[in-house]
Write a protein that binds this ligand. Structure first.
Ligand code: PMP
Length: 402
């Protein structure tokens, strides 16, 4: 090999050498940094001890440290003691997990669930579930290739659905004047979009606003969606995180199902089990009957197989162990409550601080605070040690004193 390669290289004319130096990728432009992960990089580079990262949406304990749930640790100990294998999962995931995940979301007394009429596949966390959903709707939704998402919405929704081949459109959601739900605007928009459209709804803990419809408002939304024959696709990335109660946070989804809507659902266990990096989630669709469920599951498998073949094992085993053990389930529910309550108490304290500092009602970003440009913050990044510094910095920034 060497004997041939050397003389050839030496003999290469100048143009050939120049061409070889020009990379195939020479014209690929640098893309913009991810709006959330870029914030974390800037945070890491800051040496100030007061620095606060409110960019990434991951829970932190009262000392600002990542938190591994005790129920998760126990599930892992149990799994290790049973000497598990590392074989591939089926394309649609771990059956004990998907079954338990659907029960957590839809409720034990859900009609479609008890009729074996919910098609469900495990997914690579919530993002993967949305991506499977996007591909499924693109391939099989008979009415349109558009999806309506709230304005604003989680930043990745647009990219996920666009890359699934859907056209992304918006409906009104947030009213900057009241810093609350623009319920009138939302209803008007849902009434004016074409019948049979696909609509994405945040099931609870709307990201980035933190503003959810009340149960009464959900009922009205459900009625409009029914009148207009819209198809509701719920994104439930925070079940239990909004109120501390997984049943309460599933209200919207369960109400729609009990009203006879067919729904699609994306679930994530990143936040409520703290399994961020394990990538545990599920995508499901309620069907007319068991036969339809089987047809849909066969198609969902056909979507998953060329995407990533089959989902990751470890996190699904953890979630399944917790969801299927009455003891661990109770412990997990308490831990969800604990996380939600800490976030709620930080929200209250932040509000009180901003009011007592007489902060005008607009937000800016300054000081050693790392957050996304849209003003969204991860409440879980606040704790008893940094909430005062954060409040004072926001207050000064808004008053132009920073
Ligand atoms: N949907 C929403 C609304 C989210 O906020 C998130 C996470 N930030 C996700 C889905 C997906 O998260 P993951 O893929 O980590 O489960």
């Amino acid at each position: 090999m060497q004997a041939i390669a050397r003389p050839l290289a030496r003999a290469a004319p100048r143009q050939v050498r120049a061409a070889a130096a020009l990379s195939t990728w020479a014209n690929v432009p640098a893309g913009p940094p991810d709006p959330i992960l870029g914030v974390t990089e800037a945070f890491k580079a800051d040496q100030d001890s007061r620095k606060i990262n409110l960019g990434v949406g991951a829970y932190r304990d009262g000392n600002g440290k990542p938190y591994v749930l005790s129920s998760v640790k126990k599930a892992e100990e149990f799994l290790t003691a049973n000497n598990p294998d590392k074989e591939y999962l089926p394309i649609s995931g771990l059956p004990e997990f998907t079954k338990a995940a659907a029960k957590l979301a839809y409720g034990a007394d859900s009609k479609p669930l008890n009729d074996s009429a919910v098609a469900v596949v495990q997914s690579i966390s919530g993002t993967g579930a949305l991506r499977i959903g996007g591909a499924f709707f693109h391939k099989f939704f008979p009415h349109s290739k558009a999806i309506y998402i709230p304005n604003p919405s989680w930043g990745n929704h647009t990219a996920v659905f666009r890359d699934s081949g859907l056209e992304v459109k918006q409906y009104r959601y947030f009213d900057k004047k009241t810093v609350g739900l623009d319920f009138q605007g939302l209803k008007e928009d849902l009434r004016s979009i074409p019948t049979n459209s696909l609509v994405l709804l945040h099931a609870c803990a709307h990201n980035p606003t933190g503003v959810d419809p009340t149960p009464e408002q959900w009922k009205e939304i459900s009625d409009i969606i029914k009148e207009k024959s819209l198809f509701p696709f719920f994104d439930m990335a925070y079940q239990g995180f909004a109120s501390g109660d997984t049943t309460r946070d599933a209200f919207a989804l369960r109400h729609f199902v009990s009203e006879g809507h067919q729904v699609a659902l994306s679930q994530s266990f990143a936040k409520n089990m703290g399994l961020y990096g394990e990538r545990v989630g599920a995508f499901s669709v309620t069907c007319a009957d068991e036969g339809e469920k089987k047809r849909l599951e066969s198609q969902l498998k056909i979507i998953v197989r060329p995407m990533y073949s089959n989902p990751p094992l470890h996190g699904a085993r953890i979630a399944s162990t917790i969801l299927n053990s009455p003891e661990l389930y109770t412990e997990w529910e308490d831990e969800v409550k604990g996380m939600a309550n800490r976030i709620i108490s930080m929200r209250d304290r932040l509000y009180d601080n901003l009011v007592s500092l007489k902060t005008p009602a607009s937000v800016a970003q300054k000081a050693h605070i790392y957050m996304t440009a849209d003003g969204r913050i991860s409440m879980a990044g606040l704790n008893g040690h940094n909430v005062d510094y954060f409040s004072e910095s926001v207050s000064k920034a808004v008053k132009g004193e920073l």
